[in-house]
Design a binder for this molecule. Sequence first.
Ligand code: SF4
Length: 245
Amino acid sequence: MELFNGLIKETQGLLEHGSPREWAYRPGGEWKDLGQSELVLQKDAAFELGASGKGSANYVLFTSSSELVSSDRVLLYGPDLKEIRGDTDFARIVLLRVGVLDDDNEQVYRILKDIEFAKYHVYPEGYMVRMSPENYREQVRVSKQAIRQSISFQSIGASYIKAYKKDPNVLNATVIFLTAPGFDYKAMKDIAKKANDATNTLTHILEGLSTDCSVCALKDVCDEIEGMKELHFGVGDKGAKKEQH
Ligand code: SF4
């Protein structure tokens, strides 16, 4: 299944004018994890990433292609945490190579959701994450103390990679951070929405609901995302019939 490959390529297109710093994942290089959420008060904060009024986007894309995702690494477009001087634009994009996607069974949706939930189990010290899944945004308040202790995107990225790789279905994880102004954060949010629509459409497909595209409420999603219709008519064969327009 290659449902998200088009969105990975769109993402690469949005990033092509930037030159990232890159770090290979090194187990043991994660930032200290508190195991539970921490409140970083405004008075203790150095700055906020993706704060209200700033660009912000957050999404995860899956693939089974080793050409698109081939290693565990962290990419950073823009200043690192210790170089940031005030509230800034922010995106965190995760690309995962996942082995299970070729199974084409009803567990796929559940497995993808479980993998996505790994992001809720990362609690770096001095790095308070607030997500708005409905807006595809992520906002982070970074403490002055964490800056003094040299927190970096290399170590935060490693924390996320470690969390994603706890799931044996995840073969490789690339975590991309953006802090530079000038990127199209709105377009990233649009990709995030399409990815979310694609995952949710899988539920409909795997439940074997309507197979008549002409009356299906999800037609817009399936028209836009390559491979969706093939998926519906290839699996969930509880009465699946030929596509009708
Ligand atoms: S393939 Fe057609 S019937 Fe199936 S979810 Fe998409 S639009 Fe609906």
